[in-house]
Design a protein. Structure first.
Length: 91
């Protein structure tokens, strides 16, 4: 069953390869969505796929080299049926 989450990450999450790691890992797990840096220093992400793959993505991000996640805010939202890839978005 597919789910979609809207997530905010705070901590040392910009300038440490977070977005590239998120995209690479999400693609390898068959997840779709997007990730972007925010002007306030947080990273915002929407990700869609099966729950187990999303949990694996979050684990990979938390254990990423140089990445130090201090807080995660997440909420389940409605799925987007036509989305086909995971991308790095702009502001």
């Amino acid at each position: 069953m597919k789910i979609r989450k809207h997530v905010y990450f705070s901590g040392a999450v910009q300038g440490v390869g977070f977005r590239c790691r998120a995209r690479y890992t999400a693609e390898s797990l068959g997840l779709t969505g997007w990730v972007k840096n925010l002007p306030d220093g947080r990273v915002e992400m929407e990700v869609q796929g099966d729950r187990a793959s999303m949990e694996r993505l979050m684990s990979e991000l938390e254990n990423g080299r140089f990445i130090r996640i201090a807080d995660v805010e997440e909420q389940e939202i409605a799925c987007l049926e036509r989305e086909s890839r995971f991308r790095i978005a702009g502001y």
